[in-house]
Design a protein around this ligand. Structure first.
Ligand SMILES: [Zn+2]
Length: 422
């Protein structure tokens, strides 16, 4: 594998430094000596070098449904628009939808993403080809298909866990308490124990979900999930918008990690998660875009900005979620949220997942505080180079692993085929 030296960027968490990459890992953060040999030297003066962004929640293939069902409440959005289309999905659709998502994510500086969906082996295949790091699960919901879905999640784990030089991690994906009631969670937890896997689940996304849980079980979804034993496993909970102080206590005590997805929560009118309270309770909170049909993009810069802005706005407190914290949520905290140990920061020995941002732009000038520039002013299109696992995936405006034109064409073709069947 090519060794690369990035000369002179501003490095997140470090300051001005050179960053050397060898054998897929960060080998130097500091000053390169004149005698150091690298296959390539990239002049990065005037750039910010940050850890590749980590997208903690999403459904990659839902790029196919971008803009197809907007301005509807979650349940109607799911029941009337999304579920009928998903019922017709094919493996091919998921492959091209996932590839489209990855092209967009790489362009926006994301090197790691999480996924919960159907035909997940197609997303795994696309991730292996695209060179991204991926944490994947088969969505599991109660119904006649649960048994098959569980079998597919097991197969996914057996075939894909730690593949692609360790870039691919498999989790189990019970969709939510309202689609996976306690009894149905049992076989899922048995499988998690057997295969030693973490789980991801949607939790307390809407007020209705919480009201329904209280009507049915006399408790909040968080309290019910604790009783099922779910939290004895490593768990990534998506959303956690409507959680009480008690719920936050339960989540913190059980070391449940959270994906905060501000844009999706705003677009679906779900509300705003009490992230400052979760962070104050010592919880690990990363950022996610959710699927492209509830966002409608996979731009982690926008998530950073939203996370940095909305909590200030609703609490009338401009000190909440400062720029540096927003950047950490999109990088190091995100990696921790996904239980990944050697990505998420620019340190010697870490995997070389690197995003380079060109600060030499009118909207980022004059240069003063790169952290604030990234959180409050930078755009996905300011990303000039992306490296994952030591391999360059984007350079000089070109994706190196994905045929972008063909991907756009195939995704369009797949959507048309799906719509013709409705
Ligand atoms: Zn979701």
């Amino acid at each position: 594998m090519e060794s690369v030296l990035f000369k002179g960027p501003w490095v997140a968490g470090v300051g001005e430094a050179d960053v050397g990459v060898r054998d897929g890992r960060i080998a130097l953060v500091g000053r390169a000596e004149a005698g150091d040999r690298y296959d390539r030297i990239i002049e990065a003066d005037g750039c910010a070098l940050i850890p590749g962004l980590v997208n903690c929640h999403g459904h990659a293939a839902m790029t196919l449904f971008r803009g197809i069902a907007d301005d509807l409440p979650l349940r109607r959005w799911l029941e009337e628009k999304i579920w009928p289309l998903e019922a017709k999905l094919t493996a091919e659709c998921v492959y091209w939808g996932s590839m489209l998502a990855m092209a967009e994510m790489i362009r926006g500086g994301t090197t790691t993403f999480t996924d919960m969906y159907f035909f997940e082996e197609e997303t795994a295949r696309a991730a292996e080809e695209a060179g991204m790091r991926a944490v994947l699960s088969r969505g599991l919901a109660v119904g006649p298909n649960l048994h098959n879905a569980l079998r597919e999640n097991r197969q996914l784990a057996e075939e894909w866990h730690q593949r692609g030089d360790g870039r691919i991690t498999v989790q189990l994906g019970p969709h939510a308490l309202y689609t996976c009631p306690p009894r149905q969670l049992e076989p899922i937890l048995d499988l998690a124990a057997e295969l030693d896997l973490a789980l991801q689940i949607h939790v307390a996304e809407t007020k209705e979900e919480v009201e329904e849980s209280i009507a049915r079980y006399g408790k909040s979804p968080v309290a019910v999930l604790e009783e099922t034993g779910l939290f004895q496993f490593p768990v990534l909970a998506a959303h956690c918008v409507h959680v009480s102080e008690e719920d936050i206590g339960i989540l913190a005590r059980n070391k449940v990690h959270v994906s905060h997805n501000p844009v999706s929560n705003l677009k679906l009118g779900s509300g705003i998660a009490p992230v400052p309270q979760m962070l104050a309770a010592g919880m690990i909170v990363g950022l996610g875009t959710d699927g492209a049909s509830s966002n409608n993009n996979l731009d982690m810069f926008l998530e950073m900005r939203m996370a940095a802005l909305i909590h200030k706005g609703i609490a009338n407190d401009p000190t909440l979620v400062p720029a540096g914290l927003a950047l950490e949520m999109a990088t190091s905290l995100g990696a921790k949220a996904l239980f990944l140990e050697d990505v998420g920061s620019i340190e010697e020995g870490m995997k070389a997942d690197i995003t380079l941002i060109d600060l030499n732009q009118v909207h980022l000038s004059p240069r003063h505080d790169p952290c604030a520039a990234i959180a409050y002013a930078a755009k996905a299109s300011d990303v000039t180079l992306v490296m994952a696992d030591g391999r360059i995936l984007l350079e000089e405006g070109r994706l190196t692993t994905i045929d972008e034109e063909r991907t756009i064409y195939e995704a369009q073709r797949c959507l048309r085929a799906l719509q013709e069947q409705l």
